[in-house]
Each structure stands twice: as C-alpha cells, then as structure tokens.
Design a protein around this ligand. Sequence first.
Ligand SMILES: *[C@@H]1O[C@H](CO)[C@@H](O)[C@H](O)[C@H]1NC(C)=O
Ligand SMILES: *[C@@H]1O[C@H](CO)[C@@H](O)[C@H](O)[C@H]1NC(C)=O
Ligand SMILES: *[C@@H]1O[C@H](CO)[C@@H](O)[C@H](O)[C@H]1NC(C)=O
Ligand SMILES: *[C@@H]1O[C@H](CO)[C@@H](O)[C@H](O)[C@H]1NC(C)=O
Length: 350
Amino acid sequence: MVVATVILLLACAAVSNCVGPDIYSDSGNPVETCHVNWTYDRTNKTHGSFCWDMFAPTCDGERQSPINIETKKVTFMFFDPKYQRNTNTLTGHIKMAERAPKFMIDKKKSSFILSGIPFHSDKRFRLMQFHMHFHEVNVKGSEHRVDCEGHDGELHFVHEEISSMNDARTSNNNAGTRNANKVVLAIFVTIDEKENKTYPGLGPFFDNLKNAVICGTDKVSGESETFTVGPLEFLTTPGNLYSYEGSLTTPTCNETVTWLVRHTPVTVSRAHFEELLKLKWENTKISVHGNVRPPFPMNDRKVYTNFKVRNEKNNENHNGNNNNENNGPTCTEWYESRVCGTESDDDDDN
Ligand SMILES: *[C@@H]1O[C@H](CO)[C@@H](O)[C@H](O)[C@H]1NC(C)=O
Ligand SMILES: *[C@@H]1O[C@H](CO)[C@@H](O)[C@H](O)[C@H]1NC(C)=O
Ligand SMILES: *[C@@H]1O[C@H](CO)[C@@H](O)[C@H](O)[C@H]1NC(C)=O
Ligand SMILES: *[C@@H]1O[C@H](CO)[C@@H](O)[C@H](O)[C@H]1NC(C)=O
C-alpha cells in the first residue's frame, strides 16, 4: 500500500496533470490534485473568484455562498443538530485539494452521522472531510461574515446525505426547503494573540500540515500519514448556530448545501496559523491570494438561528422600520461593480 502510494506520487511528479485516484471535490467529482482551472486572484476576469460564472454558470446563481449574515434580519427557530457517532475522535489524513488542506476522514474508523438539520429533519448526513479557508495575516480569512465582520479563518466540516425518507418540500413550510444533499458546518477561527492557544483537539491538524505538500512543489508528497484529530467539543455541542440554504464555495458552486454557521469562533495559536501560510499550490503560496470566496447577495433567502441574537451593532438604529430596503452594510458591493470576461469578448462584433 505504502509502496503503491509512493509510485503513484512519483508518477504524479513526472506528469504535470496529476490526477489522484482518491481525491474528490466537494461536489463529489474526482479532482486533479496539482491543478484547478480557477483561482482566488480577484483581478482575474475569467477565472478569478469574482468571475467563476464565466466558466461555471451556477456560480452566479440566486442561492450562493458564502453570505454576510445580517443579525437584525435573522429569524429565530428551534433546531438542535446532533451526531450519532462511534467514537469521539476523527481519524484520517490531510490531502491538498482545491487550494485548501483537507482532512479526509476514514469512514471505517470515524463514523459521525448528523441529523436535526433545519428543514431536513428526516435526513442524515455523514461527515466526510473538513478543510480550512484562510488568507495572509491582516486580511480576513473567513468566507462568511456576520454584520460584515470577518475572522482570521474558517473551517468547513462537509457532510453528505446518506438517506432521504421524505422530500422536505412536502411540508407546508416553503421557506428554505430546497433539496440539500450536503450540510456544511462552518467554524470561524481567530488567532489567539493573548494566550497562544489552539482549540483543544485541533492541534494535530495544524501540526501535520507540513507533511502535506502537494505535487509540483519542492517535496513530492501529496498527503500526510494517518493521524487523529479531536475530540472536538463543537461537534458534540454545536451551540449557537445560523442556518441558511446556499452553495459550495468552490466551482461548480452547486446550490445543494444547507449551511450551519457557528456564532462563536475557535482559537488557533499564531504558530499554528503560520503553518497554513506556508502551504503551496503549484509553487505559489496559497496565502498570497488566500482561498476565500467573497460574500454573495442574499436575494430572497432567510437566515435562521437557534439562539436569540443580541444585536450589538444595530441596536441604536432600531426604529421599527422593517421595510424591504437593504439598510446597513452588506459587504457585497463588489458584486454590483464586478467586471468579468475577456477583452476579446467585449470587442466581439459578430
Ligand atoms: C454539480 O453541478 C454540476 C454542473 O451542473 C454537475 O455536473 C454535478 O453533477 C453537480 N454535482 C452534484 C454533487 O450535485
Ligand atoms: C479546464 O478548462 C479547460 C478549457 O476551458 C477545459 O477544457 C477543461 O475541461 C477544464 N478542466 C476542468 C477540470 O474543469
Ligand atoms: C486567470 O486564471 C487562469 C487560471 O488560473 C489562468 O490560466 C490565466 O492565465 C489567468 N489570467 C490572468 C490574466 O492572470
Ligand atoms: C506562543 O507560542 C510560540 C511558539 O509556539 C512562542 O514562540 C511564543 O513565545 C508564544 N507566545 C506567548 C505570548 O506565549
């Protein structure tokens, strides 16, 4: 097994288009480990994260992720997601895929089955992998925002549906009831400058990043050894959550995700965060452009919460005037003013 892997990795290094046999994108399709067609360079008008719809039309859909959560507009609702699991810890390995370090969970060793999801209470979702979004220090590295505030990073725990008894659309509540075949639990991450502490259980993930250098870089090693992460208390007790219907945050941006966004961030030490900043993709540091998609318009969606949001920022503005205007910051101005396409498209005179 080890020998086979080594041979594969060497073959990987020899050809520029290295397709791993066991790498799958968030959308379930096999992905090339050394190359993707798209980039987070926002100035790139054909493949940059402002313009992915140039080659993947769904990326300009009505229900895209991430979003900015406006706390004065959320709707309180009871929901209580819970795991059925065979162990407290997650066993797996890190694999670089889609410009992010991914912890691929060994399903035989760690079975985490999630239920109790808003509008999908009859469905069960298996935890498959988690990965991290980040940017250079001083640039916000979270994908979601809350009242336009970002954090240093964001972990995504990706779950796939394993059973479906009834379509949620048959219920008479038609808010947010699209078919979801994924649930992503987003955990905000902040650098702990005071105490230098990484959230209990997450340390091994950051310690092992140095062992997951991708093909095409100075080291030929696509994945780390198997190791164990956890226990992670936020999986046992998810706590205060926002929930809404959205999409994958990488192409092809399929609108099949129910999001759970945890209100309270977890911490990571600066030393651990800096391990992320060293990671490379095709010989360039990921942190240069980051791997953070900007927030997309809400359109006609709603955000539900399982807790009473204390509206810190907008309290003094509250005047009972709950009209349809989008008051306040939305952090989606970039969307209105974006320019996509090639010059030759503009000049096209056919
Ligand atoms: C995502 O969308 C693409 C393009 O429409 C489709 O080919 C692919 O099968 C979808 N994947 C999933 C998991 O729905
Ligand atoms: C990358 O882009 C090229 C040209 O647009 C296309 O032919 C190819 O299928 C794309 N590859 C992937 C993996 O999307
Ligand atoms: C945009 O990104 C694509 C894919 O990474 C790349 O091939 C192309 O050269 C980039 N264009 C510019 C103008 O940087
Ligand atoms: C934080 O940790 C790093 C290395 O882990 C150490 O060099 C530094 O002195 C620590 N800072 C504080 C304030 O404890």
